[in-house]
Design a protein around this ligand. Structure first.
Ligand code: BGC
Length: 448
């Protein structure tokens, strides 16, 4: 087969997140997160599952690191569980930190460079129960203290660190749509949470840099490409509002710019909780930005009252269409280029890494193999697109496939498989899929 061509310096990696793979939920002094609480509520998770065992990566990390090395990945993006490394009284938990130290040493031994995310949605449940989690400004301060603990304990082993993963999901899926933990449904709250998350990002970078100056620091976002459902002005306006919420709410603060007026209006009475001086804190220098890309959205003028408050409604693609992944998302590789160029036209982005891209393909293991053709063709088309983008001069330095392993897919539980490696949850057996073998060949192919 022909492989898309990338520069030799291009970095190839795979990505995971703590809550989705680790398990070991109550071991080594680990405390529950809001996702443990959310899973315990009836009706929240499609298959009523939880993250107590997940892929048991907590016990099998050496095997998993060996596997990624065998597949040729030289870079690994993972997240640190706040609840594992900080105790209830705010002091460091040595046992939890030691888990990540052992993981990082195992990666180092295999020549794999780590890229750690500090917050991939698993807020300590205690902060939620005590004062509403991200609705409370103090949580941003707690995050900065946590960042400092990690910088002190693990900073010597961490060349690259992102503060937050996809704060849009924590804010809007968690506090407006209510489909993610903590399951709140209140539009103004979701905007206040978005503000506090960006404040946490800024305070976190300041805190980290007060300990170390040799770490490349950044943030991971999931910017939106939102096309209107028709040429009607109301649909066009709706698509624009969706992009403001998804992009400007997060990117503007990173570059010291005020939110668009529409978003300030939507935060309502909480507006005064955004203090003068906050923007300057959010706008810390960035060494890199991570972009996650899966699909695009189609927006229409709002109908229901909740949609009116948002200013748009999403139109999901017709489930009968052939060009969808198993989770129902449109396969739209051109979107990767369109969204990246849209962002670059508007904001002075630092060097970019594609920190997540992948597909849900639930093909089972048969006769010892997993022929995940849908994922393979998804990766082929997106990497062909990416190769063109890099060749045209966009400053994109690397790519992490989502995900190394099938894992706990949030509200979908274990019903959607995103791994290039299959996980049999009853035996914890790992089986590399056809897509993993294809990536292995691509990574080792002679590049020009
Ligand atoms: C998240 C991952 C998630 C993936 C697929 C991203 O939004 O960062 O945790 O599993 O998408 O839904």
């Amino acid at each position: 087969t022909d492989f898309p061509i990338f520069p030799p310096s291009f970095e190839w990696g795979c990505a995971t997140a703590a809550f989705q793979i680790e398990g070991g939920a109550l071991e080594g002094g680990k405390r529950p997160s809001i996702w443990d609480d959310f899973c315990a509520q009836t009706g929240r998770i499609k298959d009523a599952s939880d993250g107590l065992v997940a892929c048991d990566h907590f016990h099998r990390f050496r095997e998993d690191v060996a596997l990624m090395a065998d597949l040729g990945f030289r870079h690994y993006r993972f997240s640190i569980a706040w609840t594992r490394v900080v105790r209830e009284d705010g002091s460091p938990n040595p046992e939890g930190l030691d888990f990540y130290r052992r993981l990082l040493d195992a990666l180092h031994d295999k020549g794999i460079t780590p890229n750690a995310t500090l917050f991939h949605w698993d807020l300590p449940a205690q902060l939620q129960r005590a004062h509403g989690g991200w609705l409370h400004r103090d949580t941003a301060q707690r995050f900065a203290e946590y960042a400092q603990i990690v910088a002190r304990a693990l900073g010597d082993r961490l060349p690259r660190v992102a503060t937050l993963n996809e704060p849009w999901c924590s804010a809007f899926l968690g506090h407006d749509l209510g489909v993610f933990a903590p399951g709140v449904q209140d539009r103004p709250s979701s905007l206040l949470v978005a503000h506090h998350l960006m404040l946490a990002h800024g305070l976190g970078l300041q805190a980290w840099r007060s300990v170390r100056s040799d770490t490349q620091l950044g943030i991971v976002l999931n910017p939106e490409l939102c096309d209107p459902a028709s040429d009607a002005p109301a649909d066009i306006a709706a698509a624009r509002l969706a992009e403001l919420e998804r992009n400007d709410v997060f990117l503007n603060p990173l570059f010291g710019r005020e939110w668009p007026a529409e978003m300030i209006e939507q935060i309502g009475a909480f507006a005064e909780q955004r203090r003068p001086g906050d923007l300057a804190i959010c706008a810390q220098p960035l060494d890199f930005i991570g972009l996650n890309y899966y699909t695009r959205s189609i927006a229409q003028a709002p109908q229901s009252a909740a949609e009116q408050r948002r200013g748009y409604r999403f139109v999901p693609p017709d489930p009968q269409r052939p060009d969808l992944t198993h989770i129902g998302w449109e396969i739209y590789p051109q979107g990767l280029e369109r969204v990246t160029r849209n962002l670059l036209a508007k904001w002075p982005l630092p060097p970019i890494w594609i920190t997540e891209n992948g597909a849900a393909d639930n093909t089972p293991v048969e006769a010892g193999g997993c022929d995940d053709r849908l994922r393979l063709s998804y990766l082929q088309s997106h990497l062909t697109q990416l190769a063109q983008m890099v060749a045209s001069g966009l400053d994109i330095r690397g790519y992490y496939v989502w995900s190394l392993l099938d894992n706990f897919e949030w509200a979908h539980g274990y019903t959607q498989r995103f791994g290039v490696v299959h996980v049999d949850y009853s035996t914890q057996q790992r089986t590399a899929k056809a897509s993993a073998r294809w990536l292995q060949q691509l990574i080792s192919s002679p590049q020009t």
